[in-house]
Design a protein around this ligand. Structure first.
Ligand code: ACM
Length: 398
């Protein structure tokens, strides 16, 4: 029999349906080895925990979520290869994964070509408007709009930008430089080190000689630990030359030791100490599942809540209609009471409304929350590019 003309019936009834034998498969694609395993391993744990919670409560309308876990080993080419496997061979209806923007960029063509859906929990640089990604981490306006003026006011106008050498730090710094310019502040250095870099003595000598008021760090992965430890070993003082970071979470602090991070600042929508019933439940569940010494942080929190958004979206669909694009449509405008507070998926650009906060690290490895925005903040993935806007119809010139 010819199937031409009956694609809808065909996909509903054939072995290609996504809901099969009482389960739906999802991919879990976080590095368990390599330079960003330090953070991605915790994203894997938060994702699996949320899936277990949902399954323990009856699944989604009785369907069990089956995670298919792959280790892309902190390598963008391996990310792309594993993404293809999860989408094409395993027939996952969505894939949750990745930390660096380099790895997200590597998997993007797979999801766009195959019309599948990638859920990305990490803070990132914006300037992306894919219809095949749900972005649940912060974009630059959500981490910088409150943070940069606050730091200029408190510490001064001479800034040193240090980042890892790839797209995320460069784009994030583009926005930072625009904000600094508007505040009459000066960038005295902008420097990038290779991913995985661990020898910061020459950088630290420059901190010492240039004496910036603020060191703005977009260094990622293992390098965060090395930078902080070497800063402290050099005897520099966070009270007069703090590091202000968008990537240093409780997780990197646990790896470096609280003493090395104490006094420095991070801007993020979530900190582990945040006082809410949802966060108390999240932290207790995470520690009871993965160990009493484990920490939660702003990327594991979004790795966790994005699974619950996925659940809410799938729950709106009949089993025979479940598919990546139906899930994307169903998640638009969806709200969830996350550990950081109520969040929402913006229907226009598939990014999330989040709740920015500024924290200062203490010697015990936790942050003290110094400020929090009164309300949730709209995601603007093109904040550094005011002539462009990501809309439901695609990227528009405005
Ligand atoms: C990042 O690469 N988005 C941290």
């Amino acid at each position: 029999m010819s199937l031409v003309g009956f694609p809808h019936i065909w996909s509903k009834n054939s072995s290609l349906a996504f809901a099969q034998d009482g389960e739906i498969k999802v991919g879990v694609l976080f590095s368990l080895t390599g330079t960003t395993a330090i953070i991605e391993e915790s994203l894997n744990k938060a994702t699996l925990m949320a899936i277990e919670e949902i399954n323990a409560n009856g699944g989604i309308n009785g369907l069990k979520i089956t995670p298919v876990v792959e280790d892309p080993a902190s390598d963008p080419a391996t990310f792309a290869e594993k993404a293809r496997k999860l989408v094409l061979s395993d027939r996952c209806v969505s894939v949750f994964g990745s930390y660096t923007s380099a790895s997200r960029k590597a998997v993007l063509p797979v999801f766009e070509k195959q019309e599948n859906l990638f859920w990305y929990p990490t803070l990132y640089e914006g300037r992306e408007c894919s219809k095949n990604v749900i972005y649940t981490g912060a974009v630059p306006n959500q981490q910088q709009d409150d943070f940069i003026p606050w730091l200029v006011e408190k510490f001064g106008k001479r800034w040193y930008l240090i980042g890892s050498n790839y797209i995320y730090p460069k784009e994030e710094n583009n926005y930072c430089k625009k904000l600094l310019e508007g505040l009459g502040a000066e960038v005295i250095a902008e420097e990038y080190v290779p991913l995985g870099h661990s020898e910061f003595s020459s950088v630290i000598n420059k901190f010492r000689s240039e004496k910036p008021n603020v060191i703005f760090s977009t260094v990622v992965g293992d390098s965060v630990v090395a930078l902080h430890r070497q800063y402290r070993a050099a005897g520099l003082d966070p009270a007069t030359m703090p590091m202000a970071s968008l990537t240093t979470s409780e997780n990197e602090v646990a790896a470096m030791g609280g003493d090395a991070a104490a006094g420095h600042f991070t801007s993020a929508p979530y900190f582990m100490v945040f006082d809410s019933p949802e966060n108390q439940r999240f932290v207790e569940a995470y520690r009871s599942r993965w160990g009493g010494d484990k920490v939660t942080h702003f990327v594991s929190e979004s790795a966790y809540f994005q699974i619950h958004l996925f659940k809410q979206a799938v729950a709106k669909l009949a089993a025979s209609d479940i598919g990546p694009l139906a899930i994307r449509e169903a998640v638009k405008g969806e709200e969830y009471k996350a550990p950081q507070g109520l969040v929402k998926v913006e229907p226009e650009n598939l990014h999330c409304w989040l709740r920015p906060k500024i924290g200062q690290c203490k010697p015990d490895g936790q942050f003290e929350i110094l400020t929090q925005s009164a309300d949730w903040l709209e995601p603007n993935p093109y904040s550094a590019y005011p002539n462009q806007k990501c809309t439901a119809e695609g990227l528009k010139e405005v």
